[in-house]
Ligand binder design. Structure first.
Ligand code: PLP
Length: 391
């Protein structure tokens, strides 16, 4: 991780999670460059949590549509900017990289900040540009990328003022330790049991919510020791290698890639020959799909046929695979975001993180290859668990 941080203009500023970093930078910008009615231009496809944090920071959110390729229209963003705009917020959803360079040019010309969201990726690059280095400010979520229960950090690529994080409380080590231990035990047991979910526990997606009648408040939390320790001891190369290997397995083993359409597949995969030794000792070549250089995924987002997403999720859950469905609350009842509405009902995330083992990958591919897809007859969404605060 130490080498990774050398790519940035600042050292990481650690938080309880990435949302806290997001909130803190919004507050800091408004404090140092106050606007009467500050607004932030942001994707309509986001977790309610981020929407709440925007309101808590005193900003008006202005939304743009997110395509089923998890991309955006720069013209749509430009049209939303006015003299009260503090920043544009752009996300590399599920690790699918977006080209930040044109956005950077535009935000510089219009004198607004660019906030880059790398919560779903780490150590990725696109066309030689390291993700997280373009935004004036970037948030990362170690919680998500390292499979912890807490943790995130802020990077400042531009330092117009001497940024000071909020003076605040710390995430309890006991809370972190308990959850960390629980998740690691689950992963190792799963491996020993060859992909069987022996403890019969799948994590259901959290309920995201926003109550517009309530005043939105946030208590920013920081977290230093564990994160600093992690930065010293994480083998980033191994983590990214495993994620890339796992996504590659699914690309190569899901038979019907047209039905289970992986987002960004055309531009993120490349066919490469892999030498394979045949029984006779001769070498033969096999063409395999591999991720393009620099792509480090969070999950494998797929666009399921209309009306089938919840059914497919239930089938995977019943085989012990934790798989999420993005943010079903977005676009928050608003109209005019047709692509986000498709994501709301059709997106499914296949887990490919570094603790997913070979047996689980086989289970996923086998499940999708043998599913009888019902025609436009979706089941109700999975009853979800409650969103937990961090302590
Ligand atoms: C796209 C995106 N950005 C930022 C965040 C915030 O990350 P964290 O959970 O670490 O606060 C999330 C969390 O759900 C997210 O999905």
């Amino acid at each position: 991780m130490k080498d990774f941080f050398k790519n940035f203009q600042s050292q990481p500023i650690n938080y309880g999670n990435a949302s806290h970093a997001f909130y803190d930078i919004m507050k800091w910008v408004q404090l140092n460059r106050p606007k009467k009615n500050p607004n932030i231009i942001m994707p309509a496809y986001i977790p309610a949590k981020l929407y709440r944090y925007v309101l808590a920071a005193g900003y008006e959110p202005r939304f743009y549509d997110v395509s089923t390729e998890l991309d955006f229209s720069i013209d749509e963003i430009r049209d939303l900017i006015d003299d009260q705009t503090q920043m544009v917020f752009a996300v590399h959803f599920f690790g699918v990289p977006v080209d930040m360079i044109p956005l950077k040019k535009m935000t510089q010309e219009m004198d607004v900040f660019l906030l880059e969201d790398c919560a779903h990726t780490l150590d990725s690059h696109l066309n030689g540009n390291i993700l997280g280095t373009t935004g004036d400010f970037t948030i990362f979520s170690t919680r998500k990328m390292f499979q912890y229960h807490c943790g995130g950090f802020l990077i400042l690529n531009k330092k117009p003022w001497n940024f000071q994080p909020s003076k605040t409380t710390k995430v309890s080590s006991l809370f972190t330790g308990y959850h960390l231990l629980g998740s690691r035990v689950k992963y190792y047991l799963n491996h020993i049991a060859r992909g069987k979910n022996v403890i019969q526990k799948v994590s259901t997606p959290v309920v995201h919510y926003i109550d517009f009648d309530e005043e939105q408040t946030v208590t920013v939390k920081r977290m230093d020791h564990l994160l600093n320790w992690t930065y010293l001891h994480t083998n980033l190369e191994e983590l990214t290698r495993k994620r890339r290997e796992n996504i590659s397995y699914l690309w190569n083993h899901i038979e019907d890639l047209e039905t289970f359409s992986p987002v960004g597949f055309e531009r993120l995969s490349i066919k490469k020959s892999e030498p394979r030794s045949s029984g006779s000792g001769n070498q033969s070549n096999q063409q395999k799909l591999q991720p393009i250089e620099g792509y480090v995924p969070f999950s494998l987002p797929i666009i399921t046929p209309p009306g089938t997403r919840n059914y497919i999720q239930q089938e995977l859950l019943s085989r012990g695979i934790d798989c999420y469905i993005g943010w079903t609350e977005a676009p928050f009842g608003m109209t005019g975001f047709p692509e986000t509405e498709k994501l709301q009902t059709q997106l499914l995330e296949l887990p490919i993180h570094h603790f997913i083992n070979h047996y689980q990958l086989e289970i996923m591919a086998d499940c999708l290859n043998n599913l009888e897809i019902p025609q436009l007859l979706d089941t109700p969404p999975i009853k979800a668990g409650k969103q937990e605060p961090i302590h």
